[in-house]
Design a binder for this molecule. Sequence first.
Ligand code: PMT
Length: 402
Amino acid sequence: MKLQGRRVLLGISGGIAAYKTPELLRALIKEGAEVRVVMTAAAKRFVTPYTLEVLSRHPVHMDMFAAVAEFPVLHVGLAQWAELVVLAPATAHLLARLACGLADDLLTTLMLGCTAPVLAAPSMEEHMLDHPFTQEHLRRLEGLGYQWAEPATGELASGAFGRGRMAEPEEIAGQVVRHFSAAGDLQGVKVLVTAGPTVEDLDPVRFITNRSSGKMGYALAAQARKRGAEVWLVSGPTALEPPAGVAFKAVRSTLEMQEVLEALFPQMHAAILAAAVADYRPAQVAPQKIKRGTGKMVIELVENPDISARLGHSKQPHQVLIGFAMETEDGVARAKDKLKRKNCDLVVLNNLREEGAGFGVDTNIVTLVDNQGGQEQWPKMSKHQVADRLLDWLGQRLKARR
Ligand code: PMT
């Protein structure tokens, strides 16, 4: 009963995924939450209020002007009652209305007056999700502190395959549990996260690098911070904004990254190394632009230090080291080899050959290989969801250490 006595307001808007909300409601109630349901007019087309009334054991609210003894001014009463608002599904229309501050029904009106944190589960066709308006609305709401139950990839209402499916009810319920337990389940924990590529210069114009966008590492840093950890994010060049509240250090080359990580690691409880670090660098960096020559050019490369192995072998008994492994073949065998060689506690394997995994995309598909003989494969999830589940793993491992 992890939500015993918690007051959750469930706002349902009119998308096909509304048919899953009775399951979400049951999952919340099973954990002990008290749930009040508010529906938009369109939501009633996808799920009956009666079902939700029976499951929640409370009236379902839809009408702005209904007389409700418990809340004499309904939208104000509900707004004040909620400790957390869950919007599921959050359609493009609902997100647009919220982002623009409209108050044209009970749900949007109460949201204007509600100071409780919001967890929203967007649900729509992929093109609607990608539309610049929707993206702008998501950014605006995020600026107000909205948290997301990230939409998944799969079959959509239209029958098309794509991103935009509402996160599964158990995933949303898990996030609600984490929200309440996490007003800091990682409080007091110092975590070092690496992200992005490293860049090895050849001359003032050219360089060698890789395709890492930094999304995986930034998601880890953001989620760890949200869960109360003190976070240091060391990142190679990316197009991303560092998450709020995180100590940020930008680096370029592997040697720069090594210097920063080796200085920080001794003070940390954990390090999660999601950066794609160049294993080789040019033996010489030309001070001037290299000129065209006689046809053939050979660039001599020298090996970079393996930072993770160096951290692994300096690791103290209370410290936890998580490495990533990006492979294209023999993934598990190579991940196991890295786990041992680098003295990691966990290696998170992702395979470039799998669609929706690895570089650049918003999702990942990972297999965990740990130093107690455990191996676990996770389905495709958003990088934020992968980050959260990895942080669950880290939290448990740190607890066991204590
Ligand atoms: O940034 P994104 O676009 O979101 O993509 C995410 C990702 C694919 C970059 C990420 O999920 C990932 O897999 N990161 C590790 C990529 C990689 O370099 O893997 P590797 O198998 O070469 O390295 C294994 C581990 O050793 C990694 O933790 C790496 O940070 C570390 N390493 C590698 C080489 C080196 N010289 N020093 C290191 O510390």
